[in-house]
Write a protein that binds this ligand. Structure first.
Ligand code: NOJ
Length: 538
């Protein structure tokens, strides 16, 4: 298919992704349309007006495909079927079209590293036995040791626990995540063909973009050698073979005017930027910023490093404060150690929610003023804290694979509160939702916050509206301004300055014509209190 005509003018609709505000929906926990305790597509469709009013440009759905949910849907059994718990393909198509009619594009999640152990390919591989062509689409190997009783290599898992599982006939298969997520063999042409066909399937249904899960992991050293610290190239992280795969994907996306965002966790910024070359991925998540503690110097360094690593390849940066894998922002920023952690580090780590909320509000204005696109995770706009999940209700495999020491990621996946006065805070369920909501959850309900101009929801709505109307916000240059220690101040041309005070004392504001928005009240003498941010017209 020929590439459709694309308008190259900056700011044209084809460039939407360069400064989009993208809202992440975790379908299981967003809204329950049929009352069965699990969020679903009917729930999302009913909330589209809410998303439009919030002012987001796109929605990224974590996997909604047929899945045994061994890892929250990142164990896909069939990419062309919506899991019945969520709805049907017909509903997904309607949802994509309805969202588009409200100006909201749809991004779906593709998980190239692995499939579910219930995927027809893996079932066929188990049935066909050692040496069969069906096994070649995965990494099956005989074991080591006298009787093959030892795993074929010593690779560490992305989650705790082993990376190899032995099947009845004695062979082992590789899984960087759980045993229910066998890794695909990307040296096999059928694996490539199938994924490009899946991309086309969703693009033909109106999907505007794809988030690529674990994007730096799918290619493996074919010899599957033991892991040796520091040896280059790594046997399975960031291998050069990936770039040809993504160049090929890019051609598929270009034919449909669609875009990619890669989940690329790499400490080396030059290696990271290689994924963003003009014929590869459009964008990748910026985890340096997410991982940064609440510290002015470290944040400024993270921002500078991010902008510097993107500049040579001409790709826009992305900014994200939280997602379905990490501790919610208000909880993280309310802790003594405010840096990145996957979940809650340990059960019951103390947090000061008032402090965390104040900082999260300031962080929202900081993030939304930075150049590039921004991702919001459902409930972030409500200021939801991480929930303590009773041990007996935990579902995340990360918890179980840690031997029960890590609480896992369920605390940021709790069903959303919509209506304060309704059962289960208006999530929509007739009985207890799939994860319990903590006491006091209805205090965060969207309806209550919509009526309160000082709420987190009102802050996000106003900030997102200004992001659309202020020409200075979104893509474009950033210029740092002189500021006291602990204060971040930068100009976005034309005419907007963002100041964030992380110093332990109030800061004077630079000269300005008007205050556009503050994350909290200013001091009576006009000073910017600590842990507060402001957008100024200058
Ligand atoms: C990253 C996803 O965000 C996470 O939720 C998942 O567990 C792993 N990839 C494995 O697919």
């Amino acid at each position: 298919m020929a590439a459709p005509h694309r308008d190259p003018t900056p700011g044209s609709p084809d460039d939407w992704w360069r400064d989009a505000a993208i809202y992440q929906v975790y379908p299981r926990s967003f809204a329950d349309g049929d009352g069965d305790g699990t969020g679903d597509l009917a729930g999302v469709r009913a909330k589209l007006p809410y998303l439009a009013e919030l002012g987001v440009d796109a929605v990224w759905f974590t996997p909604w495909y047929l899945s045994p949910l061994a890892d929250g849907g990142y164990d896909v059994a069939d990419y062309r079927t919506i899991d019945p718990a969520f709805g049907t393909l017909d509903e997904a198509e309607k949802l994509i079209a309805e969202a588009r009619s409200l100006g909201i594009r749809t991004i779906v999640d593709i998980v190239p590293n692995h499939v579910s152990d219930q995927h027809p390919w893996f079932r066929a591989a188990l049935a066909a036995g050692p040496g069969s062509p069906e096994r070649k689409r995965f990494h099956f190997r005989p074991g080591r040791g006298e009787h093959g009783e030892l795993p074929p290599n010593d690779w560490p898992s992305q989650f705790a626990g082993p990376t190899w599982t032995r099947v009845e006939d004695g062979e082992w298969y590789l899984h960087l995540f759980t045993p229910q997520q066998p890794d695909l063999n990307w040296a096999h042409p059928a694996v490539r063909e199938e994924h490009e066909s899946v991309l086309r399937f969703w693009f033909e249904r109106g999907v505007a973009g794809v988030r690529i899960d674990s994007a730096a992991l799918p290619a493996k050293d074919p010899a599957l050698p033991d892991f040796v610290e520091g040896r280059d190239p790594h046997p399975y992280v960031d291998r050069d073979e990936l770039h040809e795969i993504y160049r090929s994907w890019r051609r598929v996306a270009d034919a449909h005017g669609a875009v990619f965002v890669g989940e690329v966790w790499l400490p080396d910024s030059e290696r990271f930027a290689r994924y963003l070359r003009p014929d590869e991925l459009h964008t990748a998540f910026n985890f340096t910023f997410l991982a940064c503690p609440w510290d002015a110097h470290r944040l400024r360094t993270a921002i500078d490093d991010t902008l510097a690593e993107h500049a040579p390849v001409g790709a826009p940066a992305t900014w994200v404060l939280c997602n379905h894998d990490v501790t919610r922002t208000v909880t993280r920023y309310g802790r003594a150690d405010t840096g990145f952690d996957f979940a809650t580090k340990a059960f019951g780590t103390p947090t000061d929610l008032e402090l965390g909320t104040r900082r999260a509000r300031a962080a929202a204005l900081l993030t939304l003023a930075l150049p590039g696109s921004v991702y919001l995770y459902q409930g972030e706009e409500l200021g939801l804290p991480e929930a303590d999940i009773p041990r007996e209700c935990i579902q995340d495999p990360m918890h179980f694979r840690s031997g029960g020491t890590d609480p896992g990621r369920d605390g940021c996946r709790v069903p959303l509160p919509w209506k304060a006065a309704s059962p289960y805070a208006g999530f929509g369920s007739d009985a207890e939702p799939w994860l319990p909501q903590p006491a006091g959850w209805s205090a965060y309900a969207a309806d209550r916050q919509a009526a309160d101009p000082a709420s987190m929801l009102s802050l996000y709505r106003t900030a997102l509206r200004l992001r659309r109307t202020e020409p200075a916000l979104g893509d474009g240059p950033l210029e740092w301004l002189p500021a006291p220690d602990g204060v971040l101040a930068f100009r976005r041309a034309p005419g907007l300055v963002c100041v964030v005070n992380l110093a332990g004392r109030p800061a004077a504001l630079p000269d300005h014509d008007a205050v556009l928005l503050t994350s909290g009240p200013l001091d009576t003498d006009g000073g910017l209190p600590t842990d507060t941010a402001v957008w100024l017209r200058v």
